[in-house]
Design a protein around this ligand. Sequence first.
Ligand SMILES: Nc1ncnc2c1ncn2[C@@H]1O[C@H](COP(=O)(O)OP(=O)(O)OP(=O)(O)O)[C@@H](O)[C@H]1O
Length: 238
Amino acid sequence: MHAPSIRTEAALLDTLSAPLLRVVNLRKSYATPQGALPVLRGVDLSLAAGETLALMGESGSGKSTLLHLIGALDDADGGEILLDGINVTGLSEHARAALRRETIGVVFQQFNLIASLTVAENLAFQARLAGRLDPQWQARLTHRLGLDDLVSRYPEQLSGGQQQRVAVGRALAARPQLLLADEPTGNLDEAAGDAVLALTLELVAETGCAFLMVTHSARLAALLSRRERLVAGALATS
Ligand SMILES: Nc1ncnc2c1ncn2[C@@H]1O[C@H](COP(=O)(O)OP(=O)(O)OP(=O)(O)O)[C@@H](O)[C@H]1O
């Protein structure tokens, strides 16, 4: 057997120290009746596994747009998004769907649970799609999220806070490398929102995934390890 060359070792070390997510000079405009509206004008961002980042900025500054691009839910006009070494911007729709299933978890402000499925079925949904159904992990998540007595209920029979805890569990049941959340507490009162975020941060730390959360709340942003602000289409550390 040959000893690995210095070049190979260097490449390996590079991979090991590379951030999970790297966004380079990302650009996005929307077509409007008044002409192109440039929203992202060259966004650069790195996020390591285990890091938690709050994305802030004024209403309309492009936070959801950036989150959707990183989540492979929309196309950029230019720049790159590298997720675990894969260039998301260059992927086919088929490959992007696989990435959304297997690598990324998303939690939305509106919960987005499947109304016809029970809590237990909602929790299993994404993990099943990702081919990572793990009954032990799901049971642990159910317990940690305080959902043990609610597994047979349907979403409409839950409070907002309970629904969002199911949404967090559904995303984490698939063991994503990156969890994205777009104002996950925006529809909840302060106590319910704080409880959801505290549980999310505990479980994110336990799984070691990276977490990127859009929020308007400086108070909630302070609970995460880093904060960035979108200003005039680019990021400024705040
Ligand atoms: N599909 C679209 N077509 C045209 N313009 C859009 C579209 N989606 C978003 N925009 C515009 O792009 C800008 C950024 O929107 P985005 O939703 O990303 O902002 P945001 O920072 O998340 O705002 P908020 O904090 O209010 O949720 C806004 O001016 C918005 O009106």
